[in-house]
Design a protein around this ligand. Structure first.
Ligand SMILES: Nc1nc2c(c(=O)[nH]1)N[C@H]1C(S)=C(S)[C@@H](COP(=O)(O)O)O[C@H]1N2
Ligand SMILES: [Mo]
Length: 251
């Protein structure tokens, strides 16, 4: 049997895991032990069921954010005189550890894709090009405005025969990094595979030769040095997501 103290601790931990906007919604009405049991369908009578409940809360955060995401809402665009120079570099390692990607670069394709299994940079440049001047927001507490040019991921998926009814698009990177996004975000107007930063070919620190850029998601979802893109219905996770960062990571 759980003591009242145990129950209080469990509710507290659950509340900590909740992220806005779900957090605001649930805490407004007071989050009780009974409400948690009902909400997650977990009995909360042993250690394992508490763990299950907490991971269900993580998925609930994602679902709630996904439900609120309006694929037609555009993130703000800025004028070019507002671009942050120099633009910050960030990765899970220091700048001295940046390694150039292979010279004979090509992008691999995997999963639910009908068309080619690989794509060259020339083929990417041949697709319709768009530009965005938007703010990149890092969870570590900084943000910066930059200009990125490239192709819409939506156009790209159409061209390579990606299954746009699938749930996820995953990204594997040359530096061992990985991330994944929901299909509605993949199809959003401002979700780009970018080839240029500040009207120049992407520099090594900013993800050369190809990076994902989405102003509707936190910085860590914006994969640099993309080696492979795959389409899947199996939850792919990612480098930070597997360490407990919120997967949806919407802005
Ligand atoms: N391949 C790869 N992509 C990555 C990262 C990384 O470590 N490796 N870091 C992410 C994080 S946490 C942020 S904030 C942005 C930073 O992009 P920037 O270096 O262009 O500012 O890249 C994201 N994409
Ligand atoms: Mo970040």
């Amino acid at each position: 049997m759980l003591s009242d103290d145990d129950k209080r601790l469990i509710v507290k931990e659950a509340a900590n895991r909740l992220e806005n906007p779900l957090r605001r919604r649930l805490l407004k009405n007071g989050l009780s032990f009974g409400a948690l049991v009902m909400l997650t369908g977990c009995l909360l009578d042993d250690h394992q069921s508490v763990e299950d409940m907490l991971s269900r809360i993580d998925r609930m955060n994602d679902r709630f954010q996904a439900a609120l995401f309006n694929p037609k809402d555009l993130a703000p665009e800025y004028s070019e005189d507002m671009i942050t120079r120099p633009f910050p570099f960030n990765a899970y390692y220091s700048p001295s550890q940046i390694r150039p990607v292979p010279e004979n670069y090509f992008l691999k394709l995997g999963g639910l894709v009908d068309g080619p299994k690989q794509i060259t940079l020339a083929e990417l440049y041949a697709m319709p090009q768009y530009s965005q001047t938007t703010r990149l927001v890092c969870v570590e507490g900084w943000s910066a405005i930059g200009k990125w040019n490239g192709v819409r991921l939506r156009d790209f998926l159409a061209q390579v025969g990606g299954d746009m009814t699938a749930k996820y698009v995953g990204f594997n990177c040359f530096d061992g990094y990985s991330t994944s996004i929901d299909m509605p975000t993949a199809l959003h107007d401002q979700t780009f595979l970018t080839l240029e930063f500040d009207d120049q070919k992407l520099a090594p620190e900013y993800g050369a030769p190809l990076r994902l850029r989405m102003p509707t998601k936190l910085g860590f979802k914006n994969a640099k040095y993309i080696a492979e893109i795959y389409v899947t219905n199996t939850y792919p996770g990612g480098y930070w997501e597997d360490k407990g960062y919120n997967w949806f990571a919407g802005l």
